[in-house]
Design a protein. Structure first.
Length: 166
């Protein structure tokens, strides 16, 4: 009887430890914050995104994301390349791949952004974001469309009529 109670007690302790799912780390909290902001950006929930932007960066964030949900439509977001900075637990960096299109052009584009995050007492906030690769225009950069020089080449051969007198 004593052996059975020890086995039952051991199973209960093991089950309760497994149910806890382990201890959350600063890295897991940073990744969760980044996933939440990426999802909210994708679906145009600006008020929820701004909750995760550092107060000193909110004006710049609003300026660079002014076209989102208007002339720019976000098709998809994907996180990658996450790592903690300075061997500490307060700073992290990750990449965000944004697939988007400009409503005026209707051409699917892809831009890679590098985001830097900082933890203020366990609350992870976005402190900077920059384009590192891909298409320009996502972060309100000025895009200059250049027209080709000279007249456009004909798209088809001239019509030739058999038996016609010119």
């Amino acid at each position: 009887m004593r052996v059975i109670s020890r086995i039952v007690r051991g199973v209960c302790v093991a089950g309760s430890i497994a149910a806890c799912g382990g201890v959350a780390t600063p890295a897991s909290h940073a990744q969760e914050a980044a996933q939440n902001i990426a999802e909210n950006e994708r679906f145009g929930r600006t008020e929820l995104v701004l909750e995760k932007v550092a107060p000193s960066e909110k004006a710049e964030f609003l300026r660079t994301h002014a076209g989102w949900g208007g002339r720019i439509t976000i098709a998809d977001t994907e996180l990658g390349g996450f790592h903690m900075l300075n061997n500490g637990s307060d700073d992290a960096e990750m990449n965000l791949r944004v697939t988007w299109y400009n409503a005026a052009e209707e051409e699917l584009r892809s831009t890679l952004l590098r985001q830097k995050w900082h933890s203020a007492k366990g609350n992870w906030l976005l402190v900077s974001e920059e384009r590192v690769d891909g298409d320009i225009g996502l972060l309100n950069e000025k895009v200059v469309m250049q027209a080709p020089e000279g007249p456009a080449a004909r798209a088809q051969f001239p019509t030739v009529r058999i038996g016609a007198v010119d």
